[in-house]
Design a protein around this ligand. Structure first.
Ligand SMILES: [Zn+2]
Ligand SMILES: [Zn+2]
Ligand SMILES: [Zn+2]
Ligand SMILES: [Zn+2]
Ligand SMILES: [Zn+2]
Length: 347
């Protein structure tokens, strides 16, 4: 190295500007040996020196060694890349860990963890075959011989089930009911089946097992026919499993229990409302509620409230209402019992 060359004199002054000293050649043409402000010597590229783009590796190593000792660990050497170092952990196992994780105590021994997880699997008569889809899962061989990914926590407390065996069981249960398992349902409780009639339907697996199911399509066809026989049309589902929405012969739509539709024991509440409203008006009353709400319904008369049984009004409204008027029996709202006794008093 020619200490008097123009390049070397430039390197000397650039080092001086960083508080360093050029003390000799480096391992090759690209490096030079410097003494750093801390006193340690290190080979650095002159361009890095010029841009202040270096740090003392000896000081860094000392710092990382101290940080490791604080966690009861020992720094053994470099890791697979600049982000990792090799450490010996308190348990004695060696592991590559990022210095930040070491400093913040965010690490655990993978070897010890693997041993623990393997022991937990053995306790469930299972065997670890390999890693799972993420750190929480492993691939296991289950006691039945099937392979499945399971969360290590579920393996620990035995909260797992062989999916293949479970599906095989469901297939058998379906066959026992003359059905065929076709595939998954809207959630884990349901599966899609072909029923004995040939229609497909999602059914809860335990309903199928306990034979608590019927074909919705066949039922629909039946209800459609029963509605047609009454001059009505089935429009769709109702407020619960008993009810369906129908279009009645008058054109109004109404929810009616299917058995009532079958027997023809229903009447249009809208038409009834219209009729009652008219009758009330003749009596100087006003129907406040809807006939749909039940048999008991509030009426307004003479500034007060009166509640009368719609069935009664429908049959003999003028008589009842005029009786109620004459007694000025304004009750808000009266009980059904009250209505009955009033009815008696009319007779
Ligand atoms: Zn240093
Ligand atoms: Zn360990
Ligand atoms: Zn299995
Ligand atoms: Zn069917
Ligand atoms: Zn109607």
């Amino acid at each position: 190295m020619d200490w008097n060359s123009e390049a070397t004199r430039k390197h000397i002054s650039e080092a001086k500007a960083q508080g360093c000293e050029l003390i000799g050649p480096g391992k090759d043409f690209n490096f030079r040996l410097y003494r750093l402000p801390c006193g340690h010597e290190q080979e650095i590229q002159p361009t890095h020196m010029r841009r202040d783009n270096f740090r003392c590796q000896t000081c860094l190593d000392n710092k990382l060694r101290e940080e490791a000792e604080e966690q009861g660990c020992a720094l053994l050497g470099p890791g697979k890349n600049a982000n990792f170092r090799l450490y010996r952990l308190p348990c004695g196992h060696e592991q590559q860990i990022g210095p930040n994780r070491m400093r913040e105590e965010r690490f655990r021994c993978q070897t010890c963890l693997d041993t623990k997880i393997r022991g937990e699997a053995r306790a469930q008569d299972c065997e670890i075959l390999g890693p799972g889809k993420n750190a929480n899962f492993r691939l296991y061989r289950l006691p039945c011989g099937h392979e499945q990914q399971i969360q290590t926590g579920n393996m620990r407390d035995g909260g797992f089930q062989c999916q293949i065996c479970q599906e095989n069981n469901l297939r058998k249960e379906a066959a026992a009911q003359g059905c065929k398992l076709l595939g998954p349902g809207k959630n884990a409780m349901y599966r899609l089946y072909r029923l004995p009639c040939g229609h497909q339907q999602e059914i809860r697996v335990h309903h199928l097992r306990e034979e608590i199911f019927r074909c919705g399509t066949c039922l629909d066809i039946k209800l459609r026919g029963e509605a047609k026989a009454q001059g009505c049309e089935l429009l769709g589902p109702g407020r619960n499993y008993q009810y369906r929405l129908y279009r009645l012969p008058c054109g109004h739509e109404q929810e009616i229990p299917a058995p009532r539709m079958r027997r023809g024991s229903f009447r249009c509440q809208t038409c009834l409302d219209i009729k009652l409203r008219g009758e009330a008006k003749v009596q100087g009353c006003e129907l406040l509620g809807s006939a749909e709400k039940g048999m008991q319904c509030p009426w307004r008369w003479n500034g007060g409230m009166i509640s009368l049984n719609l069935g009664v009004i429908w049959e003999m409204s003028p008589k009842i209402i005029s009786a109620a008027k004459s007694k000025a029996a304004l009750i808000s709202p009266p009980s059904i019992m009250g209505l009955r006794s009033r009815r008696k008093s009319v007779r």
